[in-house]
Design a protein. Structure first.
Lengths: 878, 118
């Protein structure tokens, strides 16, 4: 239906012919008839264009031109496949890394939570400066807030408890549970996917036990069983009914499997919990009252808190002011990941800059070779707009291909980066690949394309010198050469920053991995064997652990077994340090009592874990609740607090409120000194540790088994069976050797180092390509110069050295710039976000050495080519 | 001479060209040149359509489906595109004819108030 251009032309020709024929018939002569017909018709081109416009919009013609340019770009790029491939791969790396990291950043930091009106949700935190630990709140404190604060409409409380759960799944399990008041779900603004959530009727000591399952637990452990609602389960000693399943939401403050009402936890109903102002284990959430602002709420909460501290001075440390911080819940959840994500994003941006400058280099070099072609086109009348469009089409093709590969690459990367970020914020768990990957990729590609189209200089149509280049010879102008070198130097500089950073992380990792621990790592298995009824201390429990230790020790393949409270690294750091005093040591004025780590261990604990006793004796079975209170101290205590390290038979006692609550306030006789170990930090530092006998404290929960030979893990089933023989419902979990526990704790550092080393590797690769490209181009453009040099007597070796030294100069300037820039960057970052650790001399020197050798390698090929220049051919080449 | 005839010539009213084309084609298929000539002769040389307006208008009418175009041989033995009314075109013509007479009538009332009162 639509006439094409030929149809239009033919129609016009037909019109003219008819018109002319009429005039001829009227007797005009052919020449004037023709002129008259043309004159009558008017503007031919204009008419033809208006006819075209009926069928095709102006936009089509523009698009036509671009398609023509794109086709031209494809053709001309297919003649430079190596260059095109390099550019596409480089851009794909840059775009892919950025798109992946950005979508994780978006998911973790920017996306709103699923909670209703989530921007009105607050998280309230109480902490002491110095101890950055979250103090949380006690029930009396929460009650004070509830009754006095008006700008927060409702408060929700949440505390974490370990239950032994029976009734879901086959085996008794330890589950991490949240215990909440009736207002919690209303405040959080969450909905059930099944059944109902807990409400005000579930609150208080008289309600029936009720529990809500988290979506993750329900869907992964229970295969989304719809029949679960209404089931009765046992949580520790008490029954509870499963009333519903929570919608998928960010598990905060703790990733629990179930959330139960207060009545399921005897501890929550006890007097200590309800009345003791210092018994803090409750996390506090708030929802802003209608019309209230977060600043107003913060001011009111702070004022109420200050009043509380004044009214109850005994409950707050007199030496340190207790701080209250109020943040949006979303910010609170994302906060730990913010720094690491911003650093990642910055790293990815640096990689993108390196990639772009490398591509700019390649394009620039290519455009210099094309100057002849461009000059011819300019001379033939192509405007500068048309020339730019040619260049733009070419960079669009390159960047588009780069973006496509980059986005394809980004998809698996998102999972990788999200898994990494999940170590810092639970929100990363819900990050999935979404369209943001695509549009970030496209946006970056567009930015790169426009940038690249404007990098090359256009030949001036007024400069006749341009035509000389049409013969195909290449001559670099000093300006182009300088630009090439600047880009190459930039790449080296940025790569240096990344390499030095990665080097620092690797050095830290190596130092951690090689640090000695003081434990026997290979042969010791640790188990979680929590006391059957959590929170019940006493003779029955001691009897259980005694029996378990005895029977496990008797197993074949077991050399020895013992119990304690703390698995190194895994449990270390979960207990606060407590102030204590020793006989014969008086703190100087203004100095506080020393803080010690409290560990409860059974006899033979030191033997099982391979910790030497340096003086005195081990605990024995005779150190019982009714015998003399005793303690063993670490070497660090003996050396710091006693003259000559002579600690045995001196007295020690706890001074703080928490320490006193662990037992009757007694002076304990120190009976032994154990070698220093550090169960909190991977790299050991001397720790003030006080060991007390399990039998005198009635608290344990961890079983340690030393295997005599072979693979310790073969003992796991028999040990579990032996313990279940004693107590059928007893959970026995998380069996692992100390070696594996340490490796698991180290894995974030390992991932950190690998992620950044990966980035640095990419950057290095790109930089090597960049330097090699610049030198190769510079050599090929100076063939004539080299020919002349050789003709006048330069040895090939001199030329080789010349090119090599050019490469080294680029690397050296780049490294210097990178060192200076990196130092400044570190200063800026540490002022803005967080303190930055500067890499030591080793990583810096290492990074510099790697870059210089990379530059030498990159220069070798072009240098060899320069040295092989054939004099006659070179001189004839123009 | 040419000047005086130009002065007598009337400017075509906006939007009337389409109607004129449709009207001319009621007598049968015609090519562009023929349509132009027909408008000119039937208006006693008072209306002259510029080719620059005529051809785009023809193409517009084809696009709207009121005309269809076919290649044919003219009386001068020239290959030319012949335009022909479609059914939709006929309906459109009668609509435009009604609108036109209403317009003429309305303008007449404004210009000659006395005449319209009777």
């Amino acid at each position: 239906m639509r006439p094409d251009d030929d149809d239009l032309d033919e129609e016009i020709r037909g019109h003219l012919a008819i018109s002319m024929k009429e005039r001829l018939e009227r007797g005009e002569d052919p020449k004037s008839a023709r002129l008259a017909a043309l004159k009558e018709f008017g503007n031919l081109t204009l008419t033809r264009d208006s006819m075209r416009r009926v069928w095709r919009h102006r936009w089509f013609d523009e698009a036509d031109a671009l398609v023509r340019d794109l086709r031209f770009a494809l053709r001309s790029l297919s003649r430079a496949k190596g260059l095109a491939a390099t550019v596409v791969v480089t851009l794909a790396l840059g775009i892919g890394a950025n798109a992946a990291i950005f979508s994780v950043v978006r998911g973790v930091l920017l996306r709103p939570l699923v909670n209703r009106d989530e921007e009105r949700l607050l998280y309230i935190r109480q902490s002491e400066p110095g101890i950055s630990r979250n103090l949380t709140f006690s029930v009396p404190e929460v009650d004070d807030f509830k009754s006095r604060v008006k700008s927060v409409g409702a408060f929700g409380d949440f505390s974490t408890v370990d239950f032994t759960m029976i009734g879901l799944g086959n085996e008794p399990r330890i589950v991490k549970a949240g215990v909440v008041g009736g207002s919690f779900f209303e405040v959080m603004g969450l909905r059930p996917v099944l059944g109902r959530l807990l409400n005000a009727r579930d609150d208080g000591p008289d309600a029936a036990g009720a529990a809500v399952l988290t979506h993750r637990f329900w869907s992964t452990s229970l295969n989304s069983d719809p029949g679960v609602v209404g089931k009765t389960i046992r949580l520790g000693p008490r029954p509870a009914t499963v009333v519903g399943v929570l919608e998928p939401s960010v598990p905060y403050p703790a990733d629990t499997e179930i959330i139960a009402n207060v009545v399921t936890s005897p501890h929550h109903l006890g007097a200590t919990m309800v009345t003791n102002r210092t018994h803090r284990m409750t996390e506090l959430f708030g929802r802003l009252a209608p019309g209230a602002s977060i600043d107003g709420a913060r001011a009111e909460l702070t004022a109420v808190h200050a009043a509380m501290v004044r009214e109850h001075p005994e409950a707050y440390s007199p030496k340190a002011t207790v701080n209250l911080t109020v943040t949006r819940l979303r910010d609170q959840i994302a906060a730990p990941a913010r720094t690491v994500l911003i650093v990642l994003l910055a790293t990815a941006a640096v990689v993108f800059i390196i990639a772009c400058s490398n591509v700019a280099n390649l394009i620039l070099a290519r455009s210099v070779r094309r100057e002849g072609e461009l000059a011819v086109r300019a001379a033939l009348g192509a405007g500068s707009g048309a020339l730019r469009r040619t260049l733009l089409a070419e960079s669009l093709v390159l960047c588009g291909a780069g973006a496509v590969f980059g986005v394809v690459m980004a998809r698996p990367l998102v999972a990788l980066v999200a898994g990494y970020a999940a170590r810092f914020s639970v929100r990363a768990l819900e990050v999935s690949v979404d369209s943001s990957v695509v549009w970030v990729g496209a946006a970056l590609a567009m930015a790169a394309a426009v940038l690249l189209a404007y990098v090359p200089r256009l030949p001036s149509p007024h400069a006749p010198a341009g035509l000389g280049l049409a013969t195909g010879g290449v001559r670099i102008t000093p300006g182009t050469n300088r630009r090439l070198r600047i880009f190459a130097t930039m790449q080296i500089a940025f790569s240096f920053v990344l390499l030095a950073g990665a080097g620092m992380l690797l050095a830290t990792l190596v130092a951690m991995q090689n640090a000695t621990t003081g434990y026997d790592m290979r042969h010791v298995l640790a188990f979680d064997v929590p006391s059957p009824a959590t929170g019940v201390y006493g003779p029955k429990m001691i009897e259980f652990y005694d029996q378990a230790t005895r029977r496990v020790s008797a197993l074949p393949g077991v050399e020895a077994a013992s119990v304690g409270t703390t698995v190194p690294w895994r449990d270390g750091g979960t207990m606060p340090r407590l102030p204590f005093a020793v006989e014969g040591y008086t703190p100087a004025d203004g100095e506080q009592n020393p803080l010690g780590r409290l560990r409860m261990v059974a006899p033979r604990f030191f033997n099982v874990l391979g910790i030497p006793l340096l003086a005195g004796r081990d605990f024995t079975d005779d150190d019982r609740a009714d015998s003399e209170p005793v303690a063993i101290v670490s070497q660090a205590i003996a050396q710091r607090l006693f003259s000559n390290g002579d600690a045995v038979n001196r007295k020690l006692w706890w001074t703080g409120a928490t320490g006193r609550s662990f037992g009757p306030q007694q002076r304990r006789r120190i009976v032994g000194v154990a070698a220093d170990v550090d169960d909190e930090n991977i790299v050991r530092s001397p720790a003030l540790t006080v060991y007390m006998p399990v039998r005198q404290m009635g608290l344990a929960g961890r079983l340690f088994v030393r295997a005599s030979a072979g693979d310790p893990y073969t003992l796991v089933p028999t040990v579990t069976r032996v313990i279940r023989d004693i107590a059928p419902d007893q959970p026995v979990e998380r069996a692992a050797t100390l070696e594996d526990i340490r490796a698991a704790v180290l894995s974030p550092d390992r991932v950190n180092a690998f992620v950044f080393a990966g980035f640095a590797g990419i950057a290095l690769l790109i930089a090597v390509v960049g330097v090699a490209g610049v030198l190769a181009f510079s050599v090929s453009a100076r063939t004539r110069e080299f020919g002349i040099r050789m003709a006048v007597g330069s040895a090939p070796r001199q030329l080789l050295g010349r090119v090599l030294s050019e490469g080294i100069v680029i690397a050296a300037i780049g490294i210097a710039a990178g060192a200076a820039g990196g130092y400044l960057l570190a200063l800026v970052i540490s002022r803005l976000i967080t303190s930055v650790q500067l890499p030591g001399a080793m990583p810096v020197a290492g990074a510099a050495a790697v870059l210089v050798s990379a530059a030498i390698v990159a220069s070798l090929m072009p240098a060899a080519r320069a040295a092989r220049v054939d004099v006659l051919q070179a001189l004839r080449s123009e | 001479m040419a000047k005086s005839s130009d002065e007598q010539r009337l400017e075509l009213l906006q939007g009337t060209l389409d109607m004129l084309i449709l009207r001319i084609l009621q007598w049968g298929p015609q090519h562009g040149h023929g349509i132009g000539q027909a408008i000119r002769s039937r208006s006693d040389e008072l209306l002259k359509v510029e080719t620059g307006s005529l051809y785009p208008a023809l193409h517009r009418l084809v696009k709207r489906g009121w005309l269809k175009a076919e290649w044919g041989i003219s009386e001068a033995n020239q290959r030319a595109r012949f335009y022909e009314l479609t059914a939709a075109g006929k309906a459109q013509l009668s609509r435009e004819r009604d609108r036109w007479s209403q317009l003429v009538d309305a303008i007449g009332r404004v210009m000659n108030p006395a005449a319209s009162k009777e």
